[in-house]
Design a protein around this ligand. Sequence first.
Ligand code: SF4
Ligand code: SF4
Length: 428
Amino acid sequence: METSKPFQYTDTSDACIKCGKCIPGCTIHMIHPDETTSPRGFIDLLGAYQNGEIELDKRAKDIFESCFLCTACTDVCPNDLPTDMVIEQVRKEIADTFGIAWFKRLFFTLLRHRWLMDLMMKLGYTFKTCAFADEPVRGGMIPRFKMPIIKSGRLLPSLSKTSFLNTYPEETPHGGKRRVAIFIGCLANYNYTTVGDSLMEVLAFLEIDAFIPKQQMCCSAPAYFTGDFYTVETLTKQNIEYFETFFDEIEAMIVPEATCSAMISHDWEVFFRNQGMDDWADRARTLNQKIFMATEWLEKHTDLTKHLAAKGVQMPTTVTYHDACHAAKVQNIREEPRTLLSQNYEMVEMSDPDRCCGFGGVTMQTEKYHLAEAAGAPKAAMIAETGAQVVSAECSACRMQIGNSLHQADVDVVVKNPIELIAEALRT
Ligand code: SF4
Ligand code: SF4
């Protein structure tokens, strides 16, 4: 068993050689070019905070909440310094010191109680037309009037009548030779339900049994990025105990969502290790061996690429692919979705597919929406430049952010998960 030691910000600040390699690609620094809002600056401030040289006051809170947690810095740091991790840790201290805003507490309460979230989403679906208008071009809905937390004119994901988890039975046999579990993620469960529908179609085509664990809970990423460690611990422990009951009977658990997949396969262990709960960290690590992003598993462990090629179909849609930070930087998944898509779609690369879309988490999408808007504009522009009709990303958070950025820039490009595009090609 690996043993953790108490978390120290100074370990990171002392190890930073101030080379500045992390600065050019930093999402917040690109839109707010100041040393304090750069990975090197964050690390320096955290070291100073731990040494008692600065207070964790409102200004420090504002600075630490401006990080997008995109991990672009950790990807290039020669010393592998975990800037994202130290920011996540200080956000816990910020939450302890300043509290968490009421609407975020409400949201995290819903995440901890699936039945209540189901009920709220049903009510939301029933009454959505009172407050939101449908957006027919890119899909989604737009607030009809100014709301307390949501800026008017934003494109938001629409709500589905029935969630993915409530649509399908727990077991869907497709021949019985192979069996995988699906972890769907909250946005694909309640909003972008066609992602799960498409994944079910792909598994049916490949004759792989689909097991949908009905008691799965949120992966806890929204709470982790906001510093609500109580919610992270609650959801994560519940999920681990539940997954352990069926993991021996499945070949893999596939996740068509980069953030959820990165959270489960990487951050759960990191979280428990940093909290000194090594037994839970070890249990999370054991589960990791069977957690895959959907395109990664389908490309590496099935004949899907061959099947798509054998179709000999060229779809009439040009696609550009956005590398979600949690797929490319955290899990090194770049080629797998491109390999699958390129069998039937003309692919055109945008100038910087790796650049963060600017989603950034719950705080960034609410209190700091102006930063998400600023970070999203360059992504929308580079997508428009490609001339593609569809931008694909295996992440519903990116889909929400890019969809809104395209809407703000009035660019008629649709965002789709690669699994949806693959299912469309298989249908021909
Ligand atoms: S995680 Fe992203 S936004 Fe935050 S410091 Fe690193 S590069 Fe900058
Ligand atoms: S790349 Fe790493 S070592 Fe260099 S300044 Fe950034 S955090 Fe420090």
